[in-house]
Design a protein around this ligand. Structure first.
Ligand code: ADP
Ligand code: NI
Length: 220
């Protein structure tokens, strides 16, 4: 039997690792990011499909949020896996760069991607943080961390440094103001921007309805 190719082997490795993860970083998130990044790559001939697909599959492999803030944990885990699979050094470095650069770090903190493959993976990852799935993931994450849904006595807070973004424990509704409503403007590709518009509009509608129900305004 032929050995499965590197993408298939990586998908199997990541699926196994994330199958039982309940914080919104589950295999189904990775699978969607992989699928969407692959679709974006079809419209982007200058993107290397291998780097795009491996970057999508490995982008959350050891997220700093779950590794005591260690931002090198992801690149390190990705390198270890790809070296064990005898991937080319060029590919390993390109995937490490995607993982280092991909995260949102606060409203005032630019997060440019140094490669076109990185832009595709970042777009796919950010599309999965907005819309109906994005709403579900935000509350899954908040529940996992024991956060309140909302606190009407606190004004929405935004973070202009990575330190304050990283250390905040605000209720989940604040996450929309500190991150989710800003992702639309930061998408790179025309296809992602088109989808982003729809998902953004849905999130605004969700928030308006949530806040109406919070005070029973819709009851009268
Ligand atoms: P991504 O996987 O899109 O890079 P993150 O790793 O930052 O995003 O977070 C994973 C998921 O958890 C995303 O849907 C994100 O919006 C959500 N999330 C991250 N931080 C918070 C938070 N403080 N409150 C609620 N949801 C959060
Ligand atoms: Ni992700």
């Amino acid at each position: 039997m032929a050995t499965p190719d590197l993408i298939t082997r990586t998908a199997d490795f990541v699926r196994e690792k994330f199958l039982h993860e309940g914080s919104g970083h589950d295999w189904e998130h990775i699978r969607r990011v992989w699928q969407v990044a692959r679709a974006l790559a079809r419209d982007t001939p200058q993107a290397d499909p291998l780097v795009t697909e491996l970057g999508a599959l490995l982008h959350d492999v050891a997220d700093w949020k779950f590794h005591d803030g260690d931002e090198e944990a992801g690149p390190r885990a990705s390198r270890a896996w790809l070296e064990s699979q005898h991937a080319e050094e060029r590919v390993i470095q390109a995937v490490e760069a995607i993982i280092r650069e991909i995260s949102f770090k606060g409203v005032g903190v630019p997060t440019p991607m140094s490669t076109v493959e990185g832009e595709l993976v970042q777009d796919a990852d950010r599309l999965d943080a907005i819309g109906a799935i994005g709403v579900a993931r935000a509350f899954a994450y908040g529940g996992h961390k024991g956060r309140l849904l909302h606190d009407a006595s606190i004004a929405p807070v935004q973070h202009t440094s990575f330190e304050s973004y990283k250390n905040n424990t605000a209720p989940t509704i604040n996450h929309f103001y500190e991150k989710l409503l800003h992702l639309r403007e930061r998408l790179h590709t025309p296809a992602a921007r088109r989808v982003g518009e729809e998902r953004h509009a849905f999130m605004e509608q969700f928030l308006a309805q949530f806040l109406r129900e919070w005070d029973g305004q819709d009851v009268g």
